[in-house]
Design a protein around this ligand. Structure first.
Ligand code: NI
Length: 396
């Protein structure tokens, strides 16, 4: 083992009590998206105590810390999201949320504390950094707006590569997912409006029924997945909300509105969905004498790891003694992908699953619980990513 990896591993052990103290504070004090004021104040205070500069980012919540290394070189950004969810905690965690109706049910507290812990490690190894580090404590991931805001404010300026992570209850504690290509899906929103002509439900010949038309569109949309997308590729189309009428059993409504979500991993599959869904809505509506409108909204691109950063990411994980694993991707989305569109990026999953202490529940569950021993591994992964990325980028 090289000296640096050894030093990072020593600090992971030595500083762990402090890491856990941070985690407990974050977990007990969850805050909603763009309302992370106390969380930001806590992080600011701790970073300042470490001698890390807080940049004037223009963010109201969340912040960007900056650490200049011992020599000039590439700038590596490390990103953690910090917001919580409107969920009432029902987990067996011994330090539960103190704020009613709010919970770190997606475990962003583990991300915030892993990154703060990485700052604690890197501040001690500052002279060995041949470049600089930007610490992105990002607000509002849950509403898909935080990364967009940071990009708009220019936080990525001068950044050569960015690393991020999300906890995962799907992979065991002690492992870190290091994946080639797409780890999480593109997230698109669909809004379909069908206009017919309402009237008496018992006298259908005088109406143009948008409900029957909507049913045909719902059925037809599933044939895109089964008949148009290659069986080797993956795609989800879910119509999740259908609104028709005001509750009467005998009134045909004037219109129907439907909301849905589309998940894909490639531009080609996404383009296929847009093309086929547009054709289906247009032609089914025409066949049923309705007027149809599809509003297709691109919310998030897929989280696709940069191939050139893969060796650095893999080495970062092995060098701290964690086990790299190759997971099945998730059809969930992640707004880290917004950064990836602007800058080479790599996203990990941090294993938090442990059946022995109830750390098995999925993201957003009121029972969600992460094994707190993941924080040292998260911190080490973030910290070593800086050293390994600088090493690889400098070789180019
Ligand atoms: Ni999350």
């Amino acid at each position: 083992m090289d000296v640096l990896s050894q030093k990072v591993q020593e600090l992971m052990k030595e500083l762990e009590p402090k890491f856990i103290e941070d985690l407990h504070w974050f977990h007990e004090n969850p805050e909603m998206s763009f309302k992370e004021f106390d969380t930001t104040a806590y992080i600011r205070k701790e970073l300042e105590a470490l001698g890390i500069e807080i940049l004037d980012s223009g963010l109201e919540t969340g912040l960007v810390g900056y650490l200049r290394g011992g020599e000039e070189g590439p700038c590596i950004a490390l990103r953690a999201d910090i917001d919580a969810l409107p969920v009432t905690e029902e987990s067996t965690c011994t330090y539960p949320s103190k704020r009613p109706g709010m919970m770190h049910a997606c475990g962003h507290d583990t991300h915030a504390s892993s990154l703060l812990s990485a700052a604690r490690i890197l501040a001690q190894l500052k002279d060995q950094i041949h470049g600089s580090v930007k610490f992105f404590f990002q607000p509002a991931e849950e509403i898909n707006l935080g990364a967009k805001k940071m990009v708009k404010l220019g936080c990525l300026e001068g950044v050569d590569a960015i690393f991020g992570l999300h906890n995962s209850p799907e992979i065991p504690l002690g492992t870190v997912a290091v994946k080639h290509g797409a780890l999480m899906a593109a997230v698109d929103r669909i809004e379909i409006t069908i206009k017919g002509k309402g009237g008496h439900g018992g006298i259908p010949q005088r109406n143009v029924d948008p409900v029957v038309c909507a049913a045909a569109i719902i059925q037809g949309a599933q044939t895109i997945v089964s008949r148009n997308v290659s069986p080797i590729d993956s795609c989800v189309i879910s119509i999740c909300s259908v609104k028709a009428g005001e509750g009467a059993n005998n009134v045909t409504p004037d219109s129907v509105t439907m909301l849905g979500t589309v998940r894909t991993y490639s531009k080609e599959v996404e383009a296929c969905v847009v093309k086929r869904l547009t054709a289906l809505v247009d032609s089914i509506c025409a066949a049923y004498e309705c007027e149809g409108n599809l509003n297709y909204i691109y919310e998030l691109p897929p989280t696709t790891n940069d191939e050139a950063l893969y060796p650095a990411a893999h080495e970062a994980v092995t060098s701290i003694g964690a086990e790299p694993v190759d997971p099945i991707p998730s059809t969930g989305g992640e707004d880290f992908s917004i950064f990836m569109e602007e800058c080479p990026g790599f996203f990990y999953w941090l294993g938090t699953r442990n059946e022995e202490n109830d750390c098995v529940y999925s993201w957003h569950s009121p029972h969600f619980k992460a094994d707190e021993r993941c924080i040292a591994i998260g911190a080490g992964t973030y910290a070593m990513s800086v050293f390994k990325a600088i090493e690889h980028l400098s070789k180019k």
